[in-house]
Design a protein around this ligand. Structure first.
Ligand SMILES: Cc1ncc(COP(=O)(O)O)c(C=O)c1O
Length: 416
């Protein structure tokens, strides 16, 4: 990938006030690409109307939503476009679906959660368990793989298990978990599998058909788009579920799950972000101009993965050379395909908050703390609030960004 050409697709890099800034905070929210910003603005200016009217602006707005749904279906590799549900964000969608699934559960039913999950795929299920008298079982964290321990799923999932909520990629350690393995076990017992792909989606090729699960959810704001949640669910399941909905709302998926007025400008921006991935596929992925949408997205993601993996290697090597740093995640070259380019580390005897603050002063923007994954932080035996310093590589990260970050880290070497 030509990184200069990629960065030209993000207006933020031409903002004179941010000239010396380095964005290593993508796992919490990426910068928006220009195609996405333009699509959002166009939705606000050219056809700003509510849906379902018989007039031109309303019908254009409706077409725009359905185009975004189709593009999202390609992004997930869904079987049907109706399997895509839009919502405020991943957290709200998860609360919505968990409540909906809870309607058919009874006290004593079991659900399985993991110690590798972001809190958004834990709290909604714990609250449901609390309200409905469900038993909660946990897939433990594995300190060798830095993700959940899929190998013991057979001893935890049984015929009382109704729901298994899993994390595709850990947003602290970067580990990509084996979803298909656990889904296969869950399906033997008829349990539903709900997957949080928020951290995986910007760094891997999402293909719901290969996972054997029932729901996959991700967020457009980690995918170079605006704040918008996107959920895929198996169509037969979506048809049979009873969501909490207003009486006049059409009783068909996806509409029956989309409560209230949709955030059209964000959905339009999501469409723009997927157009951007297609553009990368055509420009750098060797994809023919007239190839299919899915093919273009896959080629785009493949180019991004290649670029991010180079920078991941460089970052790990640079941090490993600092004896005052401990990386919490896979580091061996042979294991890098098992992780995302999100690297969390701690500095011996210095609080993560202090390191993040010093880096911020040098124009290097990244997150520290538990990153809303307190279970993972606890398993890593780190301070539950101060947690880690997290470097998040994105498609627009340059070699120079990483070099500047690494030299800034050298200047922060603690006095011994
Ligand atoms: C792995 C993971 N899951 C879920 C979420 C929550 O997503 P949202 O902000 O769309 O609710 C995040 C956000 O940081 C995340 O990183």
């Amino acid at each position: 990938m030509d990184i200069n050409c990629i960065r030209q697709q993000f207006s933020v890099f031409s903002d004179i006030n941010l000239k010396n800034s380095i964005f290593l905070d993508g796992a919490a929210g990426t910068q928006m690409c220009t195609r996405s910003v333009d699509a959002s603005v166009k939705a606000c200016i050219n056809h700003n109307a509510n849906l379902g009217g018989l007039f031109m602006t309303s019908s254009r707005a409706g077409t725009e939503i359905e185009e975004a749904r189709k593009a999202s279906a390609h992004f997930f590799n869904a079987y049907e476009t109706e399997e895509i549900i839009f919502g405020q964000n991943m957290t709200t969608l998860t609360y919505n679906i968990s409540r909906c699934l809870g309607r058919s559960l009874k006290p004593g039913d079991e659900i399985v959660l993991t110690q590798s999950d972001h809190e958004s795929n834990i709290s909604p299920w714990l609250e449901l368990a609390n309200d409905s008298g469900l038993i909660v079982k946990w897939l433990p964290f594995n300190l060798c793989t830095y993700g959940f321990d899929a190998s013991i799923a057979t001893s935890i999932i049984n015929d009382r298990t109704k729901i298994v909520a899993l994390n595709y990629a850990n947003n602290v350690t970067g580990t990509i978990n084996d979803i298909a393995q656990v889904s296969t076990i869950a399906k033997k017992f008829g349990a539903l599998v709900y997957v949080d792909a928020v951290h995986f989606a910007p760094h891997g090729i999402l293909d719901v058909q290969s996972l054997g699960c029932d729901f996959v959810v991700c967020s457009s704001h980690k995918l170079y788009g605006p704040h918008q949640g996107i959920l895929w669910g198996r169509l037969d399941l979506l048809e049979s579920l009873l969501p909490y909905k207003l009486r006049p709302t059409i009783n068909k998926p996806p509409y029956k799950f989309e409560t209230g007025t949709k955030n059209r400008e964000a959905i339009a921006g999501l469409f723009g972000a997927i157009e951007h991935l297609k553009w990368i596929g055509k420009e750098f992925g060797g994809c023919a101009k007239h190839s299919g949408v899915r093919e273009q997205i896959v080629a785009g993601m493949t180019s991004i993965i290649k670029h991010e993996t180079c920078l991941l290697k460089k970052t790990i090597k640079g941090l490993q050379a600092m004896e005052f740093v401990t990386i919490h995640g896979y580091t061996a070259p042979s294991t890098l395909h098992l992780r995302t380019p999100t690297i969390s580390f701690t500095v011996h005897s210095v609080r993560s908050e202090l390191i993040a603050l010093q880096l911020a002063k040098k124009g290097i923007f990244l997150w520290h703390g538990n990153n809303f994954s307190p279970e993972t932080i606890k398993q890593l035996k780190l301070d539950d609030q101060d947690g880690v310093i997290r470097v998040s590589i994105s498609q627009y990260t340059s070699e120079e960004d990483i070099e500047r970050f690494l030299s800034a880290m050298y200047t922060l070497r603690p006095n011994t």
